[in-house]
Ligand binder design. Structure first.
Ligand SMILES: NC(=O)c1ccc[n+]([C@@H]2O[C@H](COP(=O)([O-])OP(=O)(O)OC[C@H]3O[C@@H](n4cnc5c(N)ncnc54)[C@H](OP(=O)(O)O)[C@@H]3O)[C@@H](O)[C@H]2O)c1
Length: 311
């Protein structure tokens, strides 16, 4: 392979030969629909089931979307990148690794200039949080973030979603909420809570932010919801905050008296924000955020990265 194929920041050809690894899953299917809806130009699109995945069996490719489990991504993505294929990874495998560029649409696209072939999409739960924090940081300085999530079953993959649809009493989520998204770590937090904290700081390049998170799985099908409190040293200017949220490109601000819900949101490619209010003191701002975890939280991010790499 020539060095040009591995040069930093390289772009895709006008009609990349494309594969989706994990096309049968929730994220893979959402991505396929979005690629078609947005007429993403592809010379070919291979839909691959990774249970018999073998990099050697793939035809020549320019672009791989990885929508399969992280364990496989850790093992299988490096050889693809070595071959000169641009990989857009939706799993958590490489996000915080220096070999990958962690990119969120509208937040840090300048990093695309430096990618080395592997680009990671953010954790779905981060997408809504980061989009809102990014809109507010230039308006009013804050130091503390306290976020509580209500995460849909589809965030746990197809099997968990099927249990919700079947209203199966065998499912741990049946008539229940579970404050354990992903496995518990030694410090008592879960892997999902750690992702929410660490990736948010990385995406915003604000390691100083003090972020506390509690992530809860709830028996909704699609659509993550977040209850957010932000702590500042001076009173929050509510009018300026609402103006900034209203004008931010990927946000939809709901008027006072209306709240977005997972069932009510109409545009799945936006983050929906409502119930903007002050908390126990004028230095605490609170709000409610809802977004489609499969679309805005995942597929839309991957599509956008690939679009941005087209010539
Ligand atoms: N769900 C979300 O909201 C969301 C958001 C952002 C990122 N992600 C990430 O995106 C990836 C896919 O998530 P998903 O929700 O689409 O999961 P999913 O619905 O469970 O689909 C997973 C895909 O990977 C395959 N797969 C599952 N287990 C496997 C195994 N042990 N070995 C080989 N292949 C396996 C499945 O193939 P079969 O059809 O053969 O089962 C399917 O194609 C994951 O890394 C996840 O963390 C998910």
């Amino acid at each position: 392979m020539g060095t040009a194929a591995l040069s930093p920041g390289r772009r895709l050809p006008p009609q990349p030969r494309t594969a989706i690894i994990g096309a049968s899953g929730l994220v893979g299917s959402a991505l396929l629909q979005l690629l078609n809806k947005h007429h993403f130009p592809m010379a070919s699109c291979l839909e691959w089931s990774p249970r018999d995945f073998s990099a050697a069996a793939l035809p020549p490719l320019d672009l791989v979307f990885w929508a399969a489990p992280a364990e496989l991504a850790r093992r299988e993505i490096p050889p693809l990148v070595e071959q000169g294929i641009i990989v857009v990874d939706l799993s958590s495998a490489w996000r915080m690794n220096a070999k990958s560029c962690l990119i969120q649409r509208g937040i840090n696209q300048h990093l695309l200039r430096h990618h080395q072939g592997l680009l990671s999409c953010p954790n779905c739960t981060n997408v809504g949080l980061v989009q809102v924090l990014h809109a507010l940081l230039p308006v009013h300085p804050f130091f503390g973030v306290d976020v509580h999530t209500y995460q849909a079953a589809s965030g746990g993959g197809r099997r968990l979603l099927q249990q919700i649809h079947a209203s199966s009493a065998d499912s741990s989520l049946f008539q229940n909420v579970i404050p354990l998204c992903d496995f518990l770590q030694e410090d008592g937090s879960t892997a999902e809570e750690r992702r929410l904290v660490e990736e948010t700081k990385a995406l915003l390049q604000r390691p100083d932010l003090s972020i506390s998170a509690t992530c809860v799985r709830v028996p909704t099908a699609i659509g993550h919801a977040l209850s957010l409190s932000l702590y500042a040293s001076t009173p929050w200017p509510l009018a300026a905050i609402k103006k900034a949220l209203k004008s931010a490109p990927l946000l939809q601000l709901y008027p006072d008296g209306l709240a977005p819900t997972p069932r009510s949101i109409e545009n799945p490619e936006l983050v929906h924000v409502g119930r903007i209010r002050l908390g126990a003191s004028p230095k605490i701002l609170q709000m409610w955020i809802v977004f489609d975890n499969l679309n805005m939280g995942a597929a839309s991010q991957a599509l956008w990265i690939a679009q941005a790499l087209l010539p």
